[in-house]
Design a protein around this ligand. Structure first.
Ligand SMILES: Cc1cc2nc3c(=O)[nH]c(=O)nc-3n(C[C@H](O)[C@H](O)[C@H](O)COP(=O)(O)OP(=O)(O)OC[C@H]3O[C@@H](n4cnc5c(N)ncnc54)[C@H](O)[C@@H]3O)c2cc1C
Length: 302
C-alpha cells in the first residue's frame, strides 16, 4: 500500500500534527511520501521523499494551487490513499481532491480496523467502520487519534512548482478576538464536564481551580449548554493545552476532548464511573461523585 501524506505548515512553521500523519501511515503499514507547501528550512524528520512547494509562491493556503500540486504528485506516485489531518486545512482541501480524482473520501478517522476505518458517529458517542469502494481513497484523520511518529530520518526533497494560476490569493491570518482566559499559558487547569450536573455547580469547580492558582476549563457540552464561555473549552474545537496539572471533573474522555489535553504533565480525573475512557489517559482516577469530592478537596487545600 502506498500513501501520500499532506503535511501542514502555518505562519512560517511546520505543524507538529505532521508527525501524526507519519504515525498513521506507520500503523497502516503504508510506504509513504509527503507533500508539503512550506519551506526548506522547516522540514520534518522523515524517511522518504518530500515533494516541497514554496509557501511564499503558492500561499500557505490556496485551494486551487494546493489541490493542483497534490494532483500532480498523485499522477507521479499513483498512491492508494491521500491522507490529510482533519483540520480546517484538511477538511477544505480533501473533498476538492477526492472530487477531482472521483474517488471516495473517509473523514475524521479515529482508528484502523481489519475491515476498514473507524469514524465517530452520533455526536462521537459511537463509532462505525467504513471501507472504501474505490481503488484510491482520500482520508482525513482526527487529531490526537494516532501515535506521533518518532522524529527520525532525513527526507529526500523534490521541489514542486505548478503552472496553474488561481483566482484566489492568500492574504494572511487574523488573530482571534482576545479571550477572557488564555488556557495555553495556565500551569493548572480544572475542567468542568457534563458530570457537574448543572450551571449552578460550576462555581464549585471554579473554587478548586482558584485554590490551586489555576484556570477553569470546560468540555464542549458544558459550553454548548451555556454554563461556561467558549473561551474555556478544551478540545479539538476549543483550545489545546498542556498544563503541569489537569483535573477533569465529570468528563468522560471523548477523543475530541483528549486531543486537547492529553499532553498535560499530570492528569487527575474525578468520575463516578470507574470505566470512563478518561481513565486511560489519567495518572490518577478518583472514583467519586464530583459534587462530594471536589468541595472536600478544595476545603483541604484552603
Ligand atoms: C466535531 C466534534 C468536535 C468536538 N469538539 C469537542 C471539544 O473541543 N471539546 C470537548 O470536550 N468535546 C468535543 N466534542 C464532544 C465530544 O465528542 C463529547 O461529546 C464531549 O467531550 C463529552 O463531554 P463530557 O465528557 O463533559 O460529557 P459526557 O460524555 O456526558 O460525560 C460525563 C461524564 O461525567 C461522569 N459523571 C456524571 N455524573 C457524575 C458525578 N456526579 N460525579 C462524577 N462523575 C460524573 C459520567 O460518568 C461521564 O463519564 C466534539 C464532538 C464533535 C462531533
Amino acid at each position: 500500500m502506498k500513501s501520500l501524506l499532506i503535511g501542514e505548515y502555518r505562519e512560517g512553521r511546520l505543524l507538529d500534527t505532521t508527525y501524526e500523519l507519519i504515525g498513521f501511515a506507520g500503523q497502516l503499514g503504508a510506504e509513504s511520501a509527503m507533500l508539503l507547501v512550506g519551506s526548506d528550512s522547516q522540514l520534518p524528520a522523515f524517511n522518504g521523499t518530500i515533494y516541497l512547494a514554496d509557501a511564499g509562491v503558492c500561499g500557505e493556503y490556496n485551494p486551487d494551487l494546493h489541490k493542483q500540486l497534490i494532483l500532480e504528485v498523485v499522477g507521479k506516485l499513483n498512491p492508494d490513499c491521500i491522507v490529510f489531518m482533519h483540520t480546517s486545512y484538511g477538511w477544505d482541501l480533501a473533498p476538492r481532491v477526492a472530487a477531482a480524482l472521483k474517488c471516495a473520501q473517509i473523514s475524521e478517522i479515529v482508528a484502523i480496523t481489519d475491515n476498514g476505518f473507524e469514524v465517530g458517529c452520533c455526536n462521537a458517542k459511537m463509532r462505525r467502520t467504513v471501507r472504501s469502494a474505490t481503488g484510491r481513497t482520500v482520508l482525513t484523520i482526527q487529531a490526537g487519534a494516532f501515535p506521533v511518529a518518532g522524529r527520525e530520518g532525513t527526507p529526500c526533497v523534490e521541489q514542486l512548482t505548478t503552472a496553474v494560476t488561481s483566482t484566489l490569493e492568500f492574504v494572511g491570518y487574523e488573530p482571534a478576538e482576545a479571550k477572557d482566559v488564555d488556557l495555553a499559558k495556565a500551569d493548572v487547569i480544572v475542567t468542568a464536564g457534563r458530570g457537574v450536573g448543572k450551571k449552578e455547580n460550576v462555581p464549585v469547580i471554579q473554587a478548586l481551580a482558584k485554590a490551586l492558582g489555576g484556570e477553569l476549563g470546560a468540555s464542549r457540552p458544558v459550553v454548548d449548554a451555556g454554563w461556561v464561555d467558549h473561551s474555556h473549552q478544551v478540545g479539538t474545537t476549543g483550545q489545546t493545552v498542556s498544563p503541569k496539572l489537569y483535573i477533569a471533573c465529570g468528563v468522560s474522555g471523548a477523543i475530541q476532548h483528549l486531543a486537547g489535553m492529553k499532553k498535560s504533565d499530570f492528569i487527575v480525573a474525578i468520575n463516578k464511573d470507574k470505566d470512563a475512557p478518561i481513565g486511560e489517559v489519567a495518572d490518577l482516577l478518583v472514583v467519586a461523585d464530583v459534587m462530594q469530592f471536589v468541595p472536600a478537596l478544595t476545603a483541604k487545600l484552603q
